[in-house]
Design a protein. Structure first.
Length: 343
């Protein structure tokens, strides 16, 4: 049975008030605070109907009502249809990070999002294949130190510091860069491992003493490219919500954030747009009291990761949807501008 305009207004009033106060709301409060042109008795009858239809709940016999997950879903769907801010995203003053490792840029955006929303944010970094390595570069920083730089086909940069057991003449770096790019860049994982095990030491010649450090670093970079990294920020914000003053609930929340495999599934993009999962809609029992707002970020139109906001079901969906929408647009624009050209 569809909701008529009168029921919609009352439902929105209950949700708006509960988001602000965390207290059940009664018909008299709605009649006084919200200009919907109905008497308290009429509102009370409509709230009873909304409860019977599953949009509201009554936590205590004598208390007012609070939204159910179904009520929040109706509210969120109306926001997603009508409210998404399609204006150019605002700037969050991160353009100075033009030279930075990919992961650090995403983490900073997640941190900014946590700060402006006062919610916990989580970010999922991209998982890449070894044969998407586009370029390798060894950069000397001292006679016994070098930076091993990996650039993927999307321009994502990973770098590693190598501490060598002996000094290396700087003239050898051009040889090393040509060798590694010829044997590793764009090659399959099988070919890379075969090269490392059979040929690298022999090809290094007089600098074979760096083989161990080089092989270990290459193997580490391949492993990390194939792993999905999950980053969380603003974890303590959950303690600001009265729902999580209970130490048991708070502990369960922090345990959830430590469960990287679960978060990896939670952040798996199911739609290429803003996706909101409310309470019981989440497939994991650990998430039944929480809501997740997530969306993807991209490089030149290609999805490379996900950012999400996690908090109690009593969250300001309208504001948070708008914030994450603008933030991920800004992040996508920045990443596309940085990684569009050859490095």
């Amino acid at each position: 049975m569809p909701l008529d305009d009168r029921k919609k207004k009352i439902l929105y009033a209950v949700i708006t008030d509960y988001i602000m106060t965390a207290e059940p709301i009664g018909s008299r409060t709605i009649a006084k605070k919200y200009n919907i042109g109905l008497s308290s008795a009429t509102i009370r009858n409509e709230m009873a109907d909304l409860e019977e239809m599953g949009y509201l709940e009554q936590p205590h016999t004598s208390a007012g009502r609070i939204p159910s997950d179904k009520g929040y879903r109706f509210y969120v769907d109306s926001i997603l249809r009508n409210y998404i801010n399609n204006d150019p995203p605002i700037s969050y003053n991160t353009r100075e990070e033009i030279i930075a490792e990919f992961d650090e840029i995403v983490k900073k955006y997640a941190r900014i999002l946590a700060n402006i929303t006062h919610h916990t944010t989580v970010a999922k970094m991209p998982k890449l294949n070894p044969d998407r390595i586009r370029k390798i570069q060894l950069i000397p920083v001292a006679s016994n130190k070098m930076i091993f730089l990996v650039v993927t086909d999307t321009g994502i940069v990973k770098n590693y510091l190598l501490n060598l057991c002996q000094n290396v003449d700087r003239t050898i770096f051009e040889f090393l860069n040509n060798l590694l790019n010829d044997k590793i860049a764009g090659k399959s994982e099988k070919d890379i491992f075969e090269f490392l095990q059979k040929d690298l030491r022999q090809m290094l010649g007089e600098v074979a003493f760096i083989a161990d450090e080089l092989i270990n670093t290459i193997l580490l970079s391949l492993k990390q490219l194939q792993e999905t990294d999950i980053y969380a920020d603003g974890t303590s914000h959950i303690l600001d919500f009265p729902e999580y003053k209970d130490l048991g609930k708070a502990k369960n929340f922090f345990n959830l954030l430590d469960n990287k495999s679960l978060l990896n599934e939670v952040l798996e993009p199911e739609v290429d747009f803003i996706d909101v999962r409310i309470g019981s809609e989440n497939k994991f029992e650990e998430m039944k009291d929480l809501s997740v707002i997530k969306t993807t970020y991209k490089i030149n139109g290609r999805v490379v990761g996900t950012i999400g906001i996690i908090g109690p079901t009593r969250m300001d969906y309208r504001r948070l949807i708008n914030e994450i929408n603008m933030m991920t647009k800004e992040l996508s624009n920045l990443l596309s501008s940085i990684y569009n050209d050859e490095i």
